[in-house]
Design a protein around this ligand. Structure first.
Ligand code: PHE
Length: 451
């Protein structure tokens, strides 16, 4: 087997994998999905999904990646043969990563636009009532959406073709902690807002009343989305992990960090929402409307706004990189393409496929036309399908494969190598064998109202 390039250290891997996990999913998506699904009970179901479904699947993904030193499709090929039906897990992952990148980059583009609005002083002296029209204007603008979407895809391609360890690892070391500190500063501000106790109650008050039949599905999908699971991103990153580094410790660290950032984001956003009498269910614009308000109250929109949105762009970039890396490493490993050709072609394809998502706010066909037909615009439909169905389906396949099909010697070696948490092996395997598949299937059945 040829040797791959590897992360320079365990910390490097944890940072890069956290870079994949922490992104728009935590700061943009988690609060608004929580808002749309009524708050506390959704958060509770989400936390259960992270601990009992997400974490075991993450360990499995990284383990498969490291054991095979390969990207998703190649990994299943080398474990189960070239014609095996298990390859479809790899192909499904490829497909999901492609779809998610196509709309993810639109939201990352919004973050770039807000970075620009902040630097150029356009958010200074913002009145609370002005925040929403500013977002709506962006949301509906075909030109700006397309422009930023393409710039962001270009940026992602630029980083991925330079190769995985150097660029990503170095920048993550500085910017991930910076983002965390920035969030703590904003949290410090939010705690003293009038709406904080109401927000706390909203996020942690476990009231099941507003939970719909698809609530559990959305919590599960959000857990997969936020932890970057079910499409082979963690598998691919795992393939660059050295043998002496423990997978379990790394996975636990990544999951805790990811969850902490999602919860902190909510505790920053909802106090603003409640203090200014806004709607918790405001949808995808939530972070872009509330953060500028909070910053203008701190009197420093230009500096802090630039910092916050630039770090958000960076967080999105480290996630987008891991999505593009899934298709790129497939083309490199399986089709023997050069890295440059693979990244440019995959990136361009995702960019083109993302155009309808970029147009969803202002274009009749992909926006209101679809909304009146199927109740969701193009962007939301892709998000719903990919995050809530395709990722958990991929996770289901990975869990069943690892628990029921994978060679015991290879599996236990992967789990134990470099780890001090050997005692959890049996528990992990039991979760993966029974609880994870059953939970995913039950949630699927519940979502289509069969149970
Ligand atoms: N986890 C990333 C986020 O929360 C998104 C992502 C999903 C990245 C799937 C890779 C794979 O923003």
């Amino acid at each position: 087997m040829k040797q791959r390039t590897h992360w320079e250290s365990r910390v490097g891997f944890v940072l890069a994998a956290s870079g994949s996990a922490v992104g728009l999913g935590n700061i943009w998506k988690f609060p608004y999905v929580t808002g749309e699904n009524g708050g506390g009970f959704f958060v509770l179901v989400y936390l259960i999904c992270v601990a009992l479904v997400g974490l075991p699947v993450m360990i499995a993904e990284i383990l498969i990646g490291r054991s095979t030193q390969n990207s998703p499709v190649g990994a299943f090929k080398s474990l189960s043969g070239t014609k095996s039906p298990w390859l479809s897990i790899g192909y499904l992952g490829l497909f999901s990563s492609f779809i998610i990148l196509s709309f993810y980059s639109v939201v990352a583009g919004w973050s770039m636009h807000y970075t620009w609005l902040s630097v150029s002083g356009q958010l200074a002296d913002l009145k609370p009532a002005e925040a929403e029209p500013i977002f709506d204007q962006l949301f509906q603008s075909t030109r700006m959406n397309l422009f930023w979407h393409m710039i962001f895809i270009g940026l992602t391609v630029g980083v991925v073709f330079k190769g995985i360890s150097k660029g990503v690892e170095r920048w993550s070391r500085i910017l991930m902690p910076a983002l965390f500190i920035m969030m703590l500063i904003l949290l410090g501000k939010a705690i003293f807002m009038d709406g904080f106790s109401q927000a706390f109650q909203f996020v942690f008050g476990f009231n099941a009343l507003k939970f719909s039949s698809t609530g559990a599905l959305k919590a599960l999908g959000q857990a997969f989305f936020s932890l970057s699971l079910g499409m082979g991103a963690m598998l691919t990153y795992g393939s660059y992990l050295r043998n002496q580094d423990g997978i379990v410790e790394a996975s636990v660290t990544i999951s805790i960090l990811d969850t902490a950032i999602a919860l902190i984001s909510s505790l920053i956003l909802f106090p603003i929402i409640f203090s200014y009498g806004m709607e918790p269910a405001a949808g995808p614009g939530l972070v872009f409307i509330s953060i500028p308000i909070a910053l203008s109250q701190m009197g420093s929109t230009t500096i802090f706004g630039t910092l916050f949105f630039a770090l958000l762009v960076f967080a999105a970039l480290t996630s987008a990189i891991s999505m593009l890396e899934v298709s790129a490493s497939y083309l490199i490993d399986e089709k023997k393409w050069t890295r440059v050709r693979a990244t440019v072609v995959a990136g361009l394809a995702a960019g083109l496929f993302g155009i309808p998502s970029a147009l969803s706010g202002g274009n009749w066909i992909f926006g209101s036309g679809l909304i009146s037909l199927i109740g969701k615009n193009w962007f939301d439909s892709l998000d719903y399908l990919a995050s809530n169905w395709m990722l958990p389906l991929g996770g289901l396949g990975i869990a069943i494969f690892t628990a029921w099909r994978m060679n015991e010697a290879l599996r236990s070696k992967g789990f134990l190598s470099g780890s001090n948490l050997r005692i959890f092996y049996k528990i992990w395997l039991l979760l993966l064998k029974f609880l994870v598949p059953i939970a995913i299937v039950l949630i699927f059945l519940h979502a289509i109202n069969l149970i």
